[in-house]
Design a protein around this ligand. Structure first.
Ligand code: C5P
Length: 234
């Protein structure tokens, strides 16, 4: 498959066309940003690790019946995916209070939530990705009620699958962000699933093994991503 013109360069990934119009190539970068781009840095080895980790999770989810954009890992930092029309809604699922939820609701970080919480954020750099609800999504015409129903239910099933899988690897799935898109009217899970987009804590020590190490200057960022990969593949 030929790598074609670059379609888009994001904070952590580049997307290229390929010789097949229905297939894009995703290249994972070592660049990292936080706080809507205010903090910038490079995490050496991150691109490769996020590519491997995302491919691993997408294979697991496909195996468990979730429709994703993932097709094939084709290089150290590259994967082929189905071309999607991305729905500009970030879907966050939370099991434990952390990050912006802990701040917004005044909960101590680490407070277990009695049931998963699903949140939506409008993907807009200018607006700083504001929290939105189903009514905002309808008014802005971002997705239909039917699509949001599929998205919410899929996000909760993904949570169940990943949580259970990670327990066996001594990792707690605190929260994570998903993105969905349309491909021939079908809703597919897109984007990535990696320590950039999930919070993973060690089950015993609660040590952070994700991008919070970068956001909060805790050090050992690459080592944490490597540790996640090591636990996934045993
Ligand atoms: O910052 P906040 O607590 O809202 O993040 C919730 C989850 O969503 C975290 O796992 C974080 O890594 C992820 N997230 C993301 N991309 C964003 C915002 C949050 O992957 N733009």
């Amino acid at each position: 498959m030929q790598k074609g013109e670059m379609l888009y360069e994001g904070k952590a990934k580049k997307i290229y066309r390929t010789s097949d119009p229905g297939v894009y190539l995703v290249e994972y970068k070592d660049d990292a940003t936080a706080f809507n781009g205010l903090k910038k840095g490079t995490i050496s080895g991150k691109g490769e690790l996020n590519n491997k980790i995302s491919a691993h999770f997408f294979r697991l989810l496909e195996h468990r019946g979730i429709a994703t954009h993932f097709l094939e890992q084709v290089g150290d930092r590259e994967m082929l995916v189905r071309a999607l029309e991305i729905i500009p809604v970030e879907v966050v699922v939370r099991n434990i209070a952390a990050g912006s939820l802990a701040k917004r609701l005044g909960l101590a970080e680490g407070t277990a939530l009695p049931r998963p919480v699903v949140e939506y954020y409008y993907k807009s750099d200018e607006l700083g990705d504001p929290l939105i609800n189903d009514d905002h999504i309808a008014v802005l015409g971002l997705a239909s009620a039917e699509e949001m129903n599929v998205i919410r239910n899929t996000a909760l099933v993904v949570n169940d699958i990943l949580r259970e899988y990670l327990v066996g690897r001594n990792l707690v799935l605190v929260d994570f962000k998903l993105e969905f898109g349309r491909s021939d009217k079908e809703i597919l899970l897109g984007d990535e699933i990696s320590p950039d987009t999930c919070r993973f804590w060690d089950a015993q020590t609660k040590e952070k093994l994700d991008k919070d190490r970068f956001r909060r200057d805790l050090g050992g960022v690459e080592e944490a991503y490597q540790e996640v990969w090591r636990r996934l593949v045993g």
